[in-house]
Design a binder for this molecule. Structure first.
Ligand SMILES: NC(=O)c1ccc[n+]([C@@H]2O[C@H](COP(=O)([O-])OP(=O)(O)OC[C@H]3O[C@@H](n4cnc5c(N)ncnc54)[C@H](O)[C@@H]3O)[C@@H](O)[C@H]2O)c1
Ligand SMILES: O=P(O)(O)OC[C@H](O)CO
Length: 329
C-alpha cells in the first residue's frame, strides 16, 4: 500500500473510474465533483448514475463539492474536460501536490497543451500525464488496462507509480509529456473520422486506411511539437488510436457515426451531456497544424464535416484525389 494521498478533480466517467481503481487498498480516496447530485449519489449510494451508470463504487471513495479539500493531497488527478482545465486549476487553492493530467485535448483559444496551461498557472507543482487506451467503464469493472504515465523526471515516476499501479492497472514510464498529450488529443479527432466511415458504410478497408494515415498525421504533427515517435507508437498514441477508432463505446467514434449517417454536428452536440473532446480539438488542431505547415488532410476532413462545410461524399473525393506520394512522409 502506498502512503501517497491521491485525490481526483472531476466526477465525470473518467474521474469516477480512476477513483474506483486507485482506491484499491487505500483507506480513503477523495473525489471532487462539480455537480452536487454526483457528490450525493457517490456518498449515499456509492454510484455515479449521472456519468458512469451501472457501477457499484468502493465505499472508500469520498466525494466532495469543496475544491479546497483537494489541497491536502500529495497527488491530484486532474480529469476535467480540456476546455475547462484553466478555469478548474485557477479555482484550486495553493498546494504542493503533484498534478497528474488526465484530460485529452488542446486549449481552443491558445493552442496550448494541457501541460502548457498547467505550467503557466502552477509553475511549481510537479507534473505528469496519464494517458492511454482506457474506456472508463472497463477500468471501473477492473478489466486489465495498461497506459502511459509520463513524468517530468524519473524521481516523480518513483513517487507516483506505487500509488497508481494496481492489480489490473499497469502504468508504463515515459519522460515524454508532450508525446503523451499529443497522442490523446489527436486520436480523438481521428476517432470521429473513423466513426464517419462506419456511419456512412464506407467499409473496413477505409477504416483501417484512416487509422494508418491518421497515425502518419499524428506523427508529423507530434514531431513538429517536440513529441518523440516512439511515444506516439506506444499506448498513449497508437494504442489509444486503435481503441477509440474501433468501438461505439467511444464518444468520439459515436459522434462521427452520427455525422456519417447524415445528422448535423449541431444537433449531435446539443443532445450530449458527456464530452466528445475531438469536436473541440479538431478546429484548434487544424489551425495549429496549418500555422506549422504540417499537412493533416484527415483532420481537415473531420473539420469540414463538423462545420458543415462539406458532406461525406465530398470529403471522401477530396481525400482520394490527393496527389499520389510516398507512404513514408
Ligand atoms: N471517459 C473515458 O473513458 C475517458 C478515458 C480517458 C480520458 N478521458 C478524458 O477525461 C476527460 C474528462 O472526461 P469524462 O469522460 O470524465 O467526462 P464526462 O463526459 O463523463 O463528463 C463530463 C464532465 O465535464 C464536467 N464539466 C461540465 N461542464 C464543466 C465546466 N463548466 N467546468 C468544469 N467541468 C465541467 C462535468 O462535471 C463532468 O465531470 C476528457 O478530457 C476525456 O477525454 C476520458
Ligand atoms: O469515449 P472517448 O472517445 O472520449 O474515448 C475515451 C478514452 O479516451 C479512450 O482511451
Amino acid at each position: 500500500m502506498s502512503n501517497m494521498k491521491l485525490g481526483v478533480m472531476g466526477g465525470g466517467a473518467w474521474g469516477t473510474a480512476l477513483a474506483q481503481v486507485l482506491s484499491e487498498g487505500q483507506p480513503e480516496l477523495l473525489l471532487w465533483a462539480r455537480e452536487p447530485e454526483v457528490v450525493a449519489q457517490i456518498n449515499e449510494s456509492h454510484e455515479n448514475s449521472s456519468f458512469l451508470k451501472g457501477h457499484r463504487l468502493r465505499e472508500e471513495i469520498r466525494a466532495t463539492g469543496e475544491l479546497d479539500e483537494l489541497s491536502d493531497c500529495d497527488g491530484i488527478l486532474v480529469v476535467t474536460p480540456a476546455q475547462h482545465l484553466r478555469a478548474s486549476l485557477s479555482a484550486l487553492s495553493d498546494t504542493d501536490a503533484a498534478l497528474i493530467l488526465c484530460s485529452k485535448g488542446i486549449e481552443a483559444d491558445t493552442r496550448m497543451l494541457m501541460s502548457d496551461v498547467t505550467r503557466e498557472l502552477r509553475p511549481n507543482n510537479p507534473l505528469a500525464v496519464l494517458s492511454g487506451p482506457t474506456f472508463a467503464h472497463e477500468v471501473a469493472r477492473g478489466l486489465p488496462t495498461a497506459l502511459t504515465l509520463a513524468c517530468e523526471d524519473e524521481a516523480l515516476w518513483e513517487r507516483l507509480y506505487p500509488a497508481i499501479a494496481k492489480t489490473a492497472f499497469r502504468p508504463y514510464f515515459s519522460d515524454d509529456i508532450i508525446g503523451a498529450e499529443i497522442g490523446g488529443a489527436v486520436k480523438n479527432v481521428l476517432a470521429i473520422g473513423c466513426g464517419v466511415v462506419d456511419g456512412a458504410g464506407l467499409g473496413q478497408n477505409a477504416r483501417a486506411s484512416l487509422i494508418g494515415r491518421g497515425f502518419a498525421e499524428m506523427q508529423r504533427y507530434g514531431k513538429d511539437r517536440g513529441a518523440r515517435p516512439e511515444t506516439l507508437a506506444g499506448l498513449c498514441g497508437l494504442g489509444d488510436l486503435v481503441l477509440t477508432c474501433s468501438s461505439t463505446s467511444s464518444r468520439n467514434f459515436s459522434l462521427g457515426r452520427g455525422l456519417g449517417a447524415g445528422e448535423s454536428a449541431e444537433s449531435l452536440m446539443s443532445n450530449r451531456s458527456t464530452v466528445a473532446e475531438g469536436a473541440f480539438t479538431a478546429p484548434v488542431l487544424q489551425q495549429d497544424a496549418r500555422s506549422r505547415e504540417v499537412d493533416m488532410p484527415i483532420v481537415d476532413a473531420v473539420c469540414a464535416l463538423l462545420s458543415g462545410e462539406a458532406h461525406v461524399r465530398q470529403v471522401v473525393e477530396r481525400l482520394m484525389s490527393r496527389p499520389l506520394v510516398a507512404e513514408r512522409r
